[in-house]
Design a protein around this ligand. Structure first.
Ligand code: ZN
Length: 214
């Protein structure tokens, strides 16, 4: 696991906002802009999707990303590939060291299957994604919500190939930075999940910063 710090100065960021857990956020990055996601209190899960902002039918592809980099986990140097095999973003700094793209986003259905029938109506990332695209985008619909990235989430794969959801590796102040390699729409659900050890059963805020090309 390689950790990589960023030289960027938060006082020079052109965007700086705290996003509470349970909230969605979407923003279009220009090529060369850098987005930093800060895990302010540690072990938060930040469910994230990416789209070509000029043609949102082209979107993040977990399977192409995993195959092309030959690794299941995302970290510094990972290129996030699209369904057309093009690079949407590159992870240019990472002080957490591992991010998941296998576990998917929590949903009403998974709340029910994983935890208990009565958990169905608790908040979920899929609901946050749906609300955010319905209110803040023009062309995206629920069929565009494909497999996502879970920044800071620890979903190790066992030698037998099973997925396990574990206590997170992240800690307060750890961050990941992405450089947009094309005009990219970023869609985030700051996970509200109260039933998963990945976030210590305690969803917490994140900080989002953007810099222009450096
Ligand atoms: Zn979630």
């Amino acid at each position: 696991m390689t950790l990589s710090e960023s030289p960027l100065d938060p006082t020079r960021a052109i965007f700086d906002q705290v996003l509470d857990s349970g909230l969605g956020w979407t923003h279009v990055l220009s090529p060369g802009q850098i987005l930093r996601i800060v895990d302010l209190e540690g072990n938060q899960a930040v469910d994230t999707l990416f789209y070509n902002a000029e043609d949102e039918t082209e979107r993040y592809s977990a399977v192409d990303t995993v195959r092309e980099q030959g690794n299941l986990y995302l970290s510094a140097g990972t290129r996030l590939l699209s369904t057309e095999g093009r690079v949407l973003c590159t992870i240019v700094a990472d002080t957490c060291g591992r991010h998941d793209t296998l576990g998917g986003a929590c949903a009403a259905e998974s709340n029910q299957v994983r935890y208990a029938v009565e958990k169905r109506f608790m908040h979920s990332c899929r609901d946050t994604f749906l609300l955010t695209i319905a209110t803040q985008t023009r062309h995206l619909s629920k069929r565009d919500l494909a497999a996502n990235v879970n920044f800071f989430m620890n979903v190790p794969v066992t030698p037998e190939g099973k997925l396990t959801f574990e206590d997170g590796l992240s800690a307060p102040g750890r961050y990941v930075e992405l450089r947009a390699e094309m005009p990219v729409r970023v869609l985030i659900s700051n996970c509200p999940q109260l039933n998963n050890p990945c976030n210590g059963y305690d969803p917490t805020p994140i900080r989002l910063l953007i810099w222009n090309e450096v």
